[in-house]
Design a protein around this ligand. Sequence first.
Ligand code: HEM
Length: 323
Amino acid sequence: MGAKFLLVLVVVATVSSNCRVKGALDRGFYDDSCPPFEVIVSGTVQSFLDRDPSVAPGLLRMLFHDAFVGGLDGSPLLNSSGGSDPPERLATPNLSLHGFDLIDAIKSKLEGICPGIVSCADILATAARDAITLSGGPFWRLKFGRRDGRRSFFQGALKDLPSPFENTTALLKKFRNRGFSAEEMVVLQGGGHSIGVGHCPFFRDRYSNFSGTAQPDPALNPTHAIFLKASCDPNGNAAVANDHGSAHLLDNHYFLNIQKGKGLFNSDQEFYSDSRTRKSIDKYAASSEKFYLDFIKAMEKMSELGVLTGSHGSIRTHCAIAK
Ligand code: HEM
Protein backbone atom coordinates (compact mmCIF):
# COMPACT_ATOMS: atom_id res chain seq x y z
CA MET A 1 0.00 0.00 0.00
CA GLY A 2 2.82 2.42 0.98
CA ALA A 3 4.83 1.61 -2.15
CA LYS A 4 1.73 1.90 -4.38
CA PHE A 5 0.85 5.26 -2.83
CA LEU A 6 4.40 6.53 -3.35
CA LEU A 7 4.29 5.37 -7.00
CA VAL A 8 1.06 7.31 -7.55
CA LEU A 9 2.60 10.40 -5.96
CA VAL A 10 5.70 10.16 -8.14
CA VAL A 11 3.60 9.71 -11.31
CA VAL A 12 1.34 12.63 -10.38
CA ALA A 13 4.35 14.81 -9.56
CA THR A 14 6.06 13.87 -12.83
CA VAL A 15 2.96 14.47 -14.94
CA SER A 16 2.20 17.78 -13.26
CA SER A 17 5.82 18.97 -13.57
CA ASN A 18 5.64 18.24 -17.32
CA CYS A 19 2.43 20.23 -17.81
CA ARG A 20 3.08 23.92 -18.36
CA VAL A 21 0.34 25.72 -16.48
CA LYS A 22 -0.50 28.85 -18.39
CA GLY A 23 0.33 31.85 -16.26
CA ALA A 24 2.50 29.97 -13.76
CA LEU A 25 6.23 30.28 -13.31
CA ASP A 26 8.02 27.19 -14.54
CA ARG A 27 11.61 25.94 -14.40
CA GLY A 28 11.43 24.78 -18.02
CA PHE A 29 9.75 27.93 -19.34
CA TYR A 30 12.52 28.68 -21.89
CA ASP A 31 13.47 25.05 -22.68
CA ASP A 32 11.90 25.22 -26.13
CA SER A 33 11.69 28.97 -26.79
CA CYS A 34 15.18 30.07 -25.72
CA PRO A 35 17.36 27.14 -24.61
CA PRO A 36 20.61 29.15 -24.17
CA PHE A 37 18.93 31.69 -21.85
CA GLU A 38 20.61 30.70 -18.57
CA VAL A 39 24.02 30.08 -20.17
CA ILE A 40 23.98 33.54 -21.72
CA VAL A 41 22.99 35.18 -18.45
CA SER A 42 25.62 33.40 -16.35
CA GLY A 43 28.38 33.91 -18.96
CA THR A 44 27.67 37.63 -19.17
CA VAL A 45 27.47 38.05 -15.39
CA GLN A 46 30.78 36.18 -15.04
CA SER A 47 32.54 38.37 -17.61
CA PHE A 48 31.30 41.60 -15.95
CA LEU A 49 32.21 40.28 -12.49
CA ASP A 50 35.73 39.40 -13.61
CA ARG A 51 36.24 43.08 -14.34
CA ASP A 52 34.29 44.51 -11.40
CA PRO A 53 33.08 42.55 -8.33
CA SER A 54 30.75 45.42 -7.39
CA VAL A 55 28.40 44.20 -10.11
CA ALA A 56 27.14 41.45 -7.75
CA PRO A 57 25.80 43.70 -4.96
CA GLY A 58 24.41 46.04 -7.60
CA LEU A 59 22.27 43.26 -9.07
CA LEU A 60 21.17 41.88 -5.71
CA ARG A 61 20.06 45.30 -4.46
CA MET A 62 18.28 46.03 -7.75
CA LEU A 63 16.35 42.76 -7.45
CA PHE A 64 15.32 43.62 -3.89
CA HIS A 65 14.24 47.16 -4.79
CA ASP A 66 12.32 45.90 -7.83
CA ALA A 67 10.49 43.13 -5.95
CA PHE A 68 9.50 45.38 -3.03
CA VAL A 69 7.91 48.04 -5.20
CA GLY A 70 5.06 46.80 -7.38
CA GLY A 71 6.48 43.26 -7.60
CA LEU A 72 9.42 41.89 -9.60
CA ASP A 73 8.54 43.30 -13.01
CA GLY A 74 11.68 45.15 -14.14
CA SER A 75 10.22 48.54 -13.17
CA PRO A 76 13.47 50.15 -11.86
CA LEU A 77 14.98 49.50 -15.29
CA LEU A 78 12.52 51.84 -17.01
CA ASN A 79 13.78 55.29 -17.99
CA SER A 80 10.35 56.91 -17.85
CA SER A 81 7.34 56.53 -15.57
CA GLY A 82 4.98 57.08 -18.47
CA GLY A 83 3.23 59.74 -16.38
CA SER A 84 4.07 62.99 -14.60
CA ASP A 85 6.34 61.40 -11.97
CA PRO A 86 10.03 60.81 -12.63
CA PRO A 87 10.94 57.14 -13.19
CA GLU A 88 11.28 54.84 -10.18
CA ARG A 89 15.06 54.61 -10.65
CA LEU A 90 15.33 58.34 -9.76
CA ALA A 91 13.65 57.92 -6.36
CA THR A 92 16.21 58.64 -3.59
CA PRO A 93 16.67 55.01 -2.39
CA ASN A 94 17.37 53.97 -5.99
CA LEU A 95 19.90 56.67 -6.89
CA SER A 96 22.87 54.42 -6.15
CA LEU A 97 21.47 51.37 -7.97
CA HIS A 98 23.85 50.10 -10.62
CA GLY A 99 24.17 47.18 -13.01
CA PHE A 100 21.83 48.57 -15.69
CA ASP A 101 24.54 48.14 -18.34
CA LEU A 102 24.86 44.45 -17.51
CA ILE A 103 21.10 43.86 -17.82
CA ASP A 104 21.14 45.73 -21.15
CA ALA A 105 24.07 43.63 -22.41
CA ILE A 106 22.26 40.39 -21.56
CA LYS A 107 19.02 41.64 -23.10
CA SER A 108 20.72 42.64 -26.32
CA LYS A 109 22.40 39.21 -26.66
CA LEU A 110 19.09 37.43 -26.01
CA GLU A 111 17.18 39.63 -28.46
CA GLY A 112 19.73 38.59 -31.09
CA ILE A 113 19.07 34.88 -30.47
CA CYS A 114 15.44 34.64 -29.32
CA PRO A 115 13.76 37.99 -30.06
CA GLY A 116 10.77 39.00 -27.96
CA ILE A 117 10.94 35.91 -25.72
CA VAL A 118 12.82 36.64 -22.49
CA SER A 119 11.55 39.29 -20.07
CA CYS A 120 13.78 41.84 -18.35
CA ALA A 121 12.30 40.65 -15.02
CA ASP A 122 13.53 37.07 -15.68
CA ILE A 123 16.91 38.44 -16.72
CA LEU A 124 17.20 40.43 -13.48
CA ALA A 125 16.11 37.49 -11.28
CA THR A 126 18.58 35.15 -13.00
CA ALA A 127 21.49 37.60 -13.16
CA ALA A 128 21.10 38.36 -9.43
CA ARG A 129 20.99 34.64 -8.59
CA ASP A 130 24.14 34.04 -10.68
CA ALA A 131 25.90 37.04 -9.13
CA ILE A 132 25.20 35.56 -5.67
CA THR A 133 26.54 32.15 -6.68
CA LEU A 134 29.61 33.63 -8.36
CA SER A 135 30.30 35.65 -5.17
CA GLY A 136 30.63 32.45 -3.14
CA GLY A 137 26.95 32.23 -2.23
CA PRO A 138 24.57 29.34 -2.90
CA PHE A 139 22.98 28.24 -6.19
CA TRP A 140 19.29 27.41 -6.51
CA ARG A 141 17.05 26.65 -9.48
CA LEU A 142 14.73 29.45 -10.46
CA LYS A 143 11.34 29.31 -12.08
CA PHE A 144 10.82 31.53 -15.14
CA GLY A 145 7.99 33.13 -17.05
CA ARG A 146 7.91 36.57 -15.39
CA ARG A 147 6.69 39.33 -17.66
CA ASP A 148 7.65 42.99 -17.63
CA GLY A 149 5.53 45.74 -16.14
CA ARG A 150 4.54 48.80 -18.10
CA ARG A 151 4.68 51.17 -15.15
CA SER A 152 7.41 52.62 -12.98
CA PHE A 153 6.59 53.39 -9.34
CA PHE A 154 8.40 56.54 -8.17
CA GLN A 155 6.09 57.16 -5.19
CA GLY A 156 6.11 53.47 -4.26
CA ALA A 157 9.92 53.48 -4.15
CA LEU A 158 9.88 56.45 -1.77
CA LYS A 159 7.25 54.86 0.45
CA ASP A 160 7.97 51.13 0.46
CA LEU A 161 11.76 50.78 0.36
CA PRO A 162 13.44 50.54 3.76
CA SER A 163 15.61 53.36 5.10
CA PRO A 164 18.63 52.80 7.37
CA PHE A 165 17.23 55.55 9.61
CA GLU A 166 14.05 53.57 10.38
CA ASN A 167 13.66 51.56 13.55
CA THR A 168 13.09 47.81 13.73
CA THR A 169 9.31 48.16 14.18
CA ALA A 170 8.99 50.22 10.99
CA LEU A 171 11.22 47.82 9.04
CA LEU A 172 9.35 44.76 10.31
CA LYS A 173 6.14 46.38 9.06
CA LYS A 174 7.57 47.02 5.60
CA PHE A 175 8.72 43.41 5.31
CA ARG A 176 5.47 42.05 6.78
CA ASN A 177 3.55 44.07 4.18
CA ARG A 178 5.45 42.09 1.56
CA GLY A 179 4.77 38.77 3.29
CA PHE A 180 8.13 38.31 5.05
CA SER A 181 8.57 37.23 8.68
CA ALA A 182 11.09 38.82 11.07
CA GLU A 183 13.47 35.90 10.48
CA GLU A 184 13.18 36.23 6.69
CA MET A 185 13.91 39.95 7.00
CA VAL A 186 17.05 39.20 9.02
CA VAL A 187 18.35 36.54 6.65
CA LEU A 188 17.77 38.75 3.59
CA GLN A 189 19.31 41.83 5.17
CA GLY A 190 22.37 39.92 6.46
CA GLY A 191 22.90 38.16 3.12
CA GLY A 192 22.39 41.36 1.16
CA HIS A 193 24.73 43.34 3.37
CA SER A 194 27.43 40.66 3.29
CA ILE A 195 28.59 42.17 -0.03
CA GLY A 196 28.72 45.67 -1.47
CA VAL A 197 29.08 49.06 0.12
CA GLY A 198 27.28 51.76 2.03
CA HIS A 199 27.92 55.48 1.55
CA CYS A 200 28.99 57.48 4.60
CA PRO A 201 25.89 59.73 4.76
CA PHE A 202 23.90 56.62 5.69
CA PHE A 203 25.93 55.97 8.85
CA ARG A 204 28.26 58.92 9.66
CA ASP A 205 26.04 60.05 12.55
CA ARG A 206 26.89 56.72 14.19
CA TYR A 207 30.57 57.54 14.66
CA SER A 208 30.22 61.30 15.15
CA ASN A 209 26.94 62.56 16.50
CA PHE A 210 24.47 59.80 17.26
CA SER A 211 20.91 61.05 17.84
CA GLY A 212 22.26 64.59 18.41
CA THR A 213 24.38 63.51 21.41
CA ALA A 214 27.72 64.62 19.86
CA GLN A 215 28.87 61.12 20.85
CA PRO A 216 29.22 57.88 18.83
CA ASP A 217 26.42 55.30 18.87
CA PRO A 218 26.95 53.30 22.10
CA ALA A 219 26.06 50.13 20.14
CA LEU A 220 28.94 50.79 17.71
CA ASN A 221 32.19 48.97 18.51
CA PRO A 222 34.69 51.77 19.43
CA THR A 223 37.46 50.35 17.22
CA HIS A 224 35.03 50.15 14.34
CA ALA A 225 33.91 53.73 14.99
CA ILE A 226 37.54 54.88 14.53
CA PHE A 227 37.84 52.79 11.35
CA LEU A 228 34.60 54.19 9.88
CA LYS A 229 35.57 57.76 10.71
CA ALA A 230 38.97 57.28 9.03
CA SER A 231 37.35 55.64 5.98
CA CYS A 232 34.90 58.45 5.31
CA ASP A 233 36.48 61.47 3.63
CA PRO A 234 36.20 64.89 5.32
CA ASN A 235 32.84 65.48 3.64
CA GLY A 236 31.76 62.01 4.66
CA ASN A 237 30.68 60.93 1.18
CA ALA A 238 32.93 57.90 0.60
CA ALA A 239 31.70 54.31 0.39
CA VAL A 240 32.73 51.65 2.90
CA ALA A 241 32.36 47.86 2.61
CA ASN A 242 29.15 46.66 4.23
CA ASP A 243 30.79 43.52 5.59
CA HIS A 244 34.10 44.49 7.18
CA GLY A 245 36.61 41.64 6.67
CA SER A 246 34.63 39.71 4.04
CA ALA A 247 33.63 42.39 1.57
CA HIS A 248 33.14 40.37 -1.62
CA LEU A 249 31.97 36.99 -0.30
CA LEU A 250 28.28 36.30 0.12
CA ASP A 251 28.41 34.46 3.43
CA ASN A 252 27.17 34.68 7.04
CA HIS A 253 30.07 36.91 8.14
CA TYR A 254 27.93 40.03 8.47
CA PHE A 255 26.03 38.42 11.37
CA LEU A 256 29.34 37.91 13.22
CA ASN A 257 30.10 41.60 12.67
CA ILE A 258 26.72 42.58 14.07
CA GLN A 259 27.36 40.50 17.18
CA LYS A 260 30.57 42.51 17.69
CA GLY A 261 28.89 45.90 17.16
CA LYS A 262 30.39 46.24 13.69
CA GLY A 263 27.21 46.61 11.69
CA LEU A 264 27.33 49.49 9.23
CA PHE A 265 23.82 50.93 9.39
CA ASN A 266 21.97 51.77 12.57
CA SER A 267 18.99 49.75 11.27
CA ASP A 268 21.15 46.61 10.94
CA GLN A 269 22.74 47.03 14.36
CA GLU A 270 19.33 47.65 15.99
CA PHE A 271 18.23 44.18 14.90
CA TYR A 272 20.68 42.90 17.51
CA SER A 273 19.15 44.91 20.33
CA ASP A 274 15.59 43.85 19.51
CA SER A 275 14.26 40.58 20.92
CA ARG A 276 12.21 39.98 17.75
CA THR A 277 15.31 39.76 15.57
CA ARG A 278 18.31 39.07 17.82
CA LYS A 279 17.93 35.29 18.01
CA SER A 280 17.95 34.98 14.22
CA ILE A 281 21.25 36.88 14.05
CA ASP A 282 22.75 34.47 16.60
CA LYS A 283 21.36 31.50 14.65
CA TYR A 284 22.85 32.61 11.31
CA ALA A 285 26.15 33.70 12.87
CA ALA A 286 26.49 30.19 14.35
CA SER A 287 25.72 28.22 11.20
CA SER A 288 26.50 29.05 7.60
CA GLU A 289 24.44 25.98 6.54
CA LYS A 290 21.31 27.38 8.20
CA PHE A 291 22.06 30.79 6.74
CA TYR A 292 22.43 29.47 3.17
CA LEU A 293 19.30 27.29 3.39
CA ASP A 294 17.09 30.07 4.72
CA PHE A 295 18.65 32.67 2.43
CA ILE A 296 17.80 30.53 -0.62
CA LYS A 297 14.18 30.13 0.55
CA ALA A 298 13.76 33.84 1.19
CA MET A 299 15.41 34.78 -2.11
CA GLU A 300 13.13 32.36 -4.00
CA LYS A 301 10.18 34.04 -2.35
CA MET A 302 11.48 37.53 -3.17
CA SER A 303 12.14 36.51 -6.78
CA GLU A 304 8.49 35.53 -7.14
CA LEU A 305 6.98 38.50 -5.34
CA GLY A 306 4.08 40.08 -7.24
CA VAL A 307 5.27 38.77 -10.61
CA LEU A 308 3.27 39.25 -13.80
CA THR A 309 2.68 36.07 -15.79
CA GLY A 310 0.53 34.72 -18.63
CA SER A 311 -1.11 37.51 -20.59
CA HIS A 312 -0.25 40.24 -18.05
CA GLY A 313 2.49 42.77 -18.76
CA SER A 314 4.74 42.48 -21.78
CA ILE A 315 8.15 41.40 -23.01
CA ARG A 316 10.15 44.57 -23.55
CA THR A 317 12.62 44.84 -26.41
CA HIS A 318 14.77 47.30 -24.46
CA CYS A 319 14.66 46.98 -20.69
CA ALA A 320 14.57 50.78 -20.26
CA ILE A 321 11.54 51.26 -22.49
CA ALA A 322 8.02 50.07 -21.69
CA LYS A 323 5.96 48.60 -24.49
C1 HEM B 1 16.46 45.71 6.24
C2 HEM B 1 16.32 46.80 5.57
C3 HEM B 1 17.39 47.36 4.66
C4 HEM B 1 17.86 48.62 4.70
C5 HEM B 1 17.43 49.73 5.64
C6 HEM B 1 18.87 48.73 3.68
C7 HEM B 1 19.59 49.87 3.40
C8 HEM B 1 20.69 49.93 2.57
C9 HEM B 1 21.51 51.09 2.35
C10 HEM B 1 21.27 52.46 2.95
C11 HEM B 1 22.51 50.74 1.53
C12 HEM B 1 23.67 51.61 1.04
C13 HEM B 1 23.35 52.21 -0.30
C14 HEM B 1 24.45 53.13 -0.76
O1 HEM B 1 25.16 53.68 0.07
O2 HEM B 1 24.61 53.31 -1.97
C15 HEM B 1 22.35 49.34 1.22
C16 HEM B 1 23.20 48.62 0.42
C17 HEM B 1 22.92 47.34 -0.01
N1 HEM B 1 21.81 46.60 0.32
FE1 HEM B 1 20.43 47.05 1.69
N2 HEM B 1 18.98 47.54 3.04
C18 HEM B 1 18.09 46.67 3.60
C19 HEM B 1 17.86 45.37 3.21
C20 HEM B 1 18.48 44.76 2.13
C21 HEM B 1 18.08 43.52 1.54
C22 HEM B 1 16.88 42.70 1.99
C23 HEM B 1 18.94 43.26 0.52
C24 HEM B 1 18.97 42.11 -0.44
C25 HEM B 1 18.56 40.89 -0.20
C26 HEM B 1 19.89 44.34 0.48
C27 HEM B 1 20.96 44.41 -0.36
C28 HEM B 1 21.89 45.42 -0.36
C29 HEM B 1 23.12 45.38 -1.13
C30 HEM B 1 23.61 44.22 -1.99
C31 HEM B 1 23.76 46.59 -0.91
C32 HEM B 1 25.10 47.05 -1.50
C33 HEM B 1 24.81 47.77 -2.81
C34 HEM B 1 26.04 48.15 -3.59
O3 HEM B 1 27.16 47.93 -3.15
O4 HEM B 1 25.85 48.71 -4.67
N3 HEM B 1 19.56 45.26 1.45
N4 HEM B 1 21.22 48.89 1.86
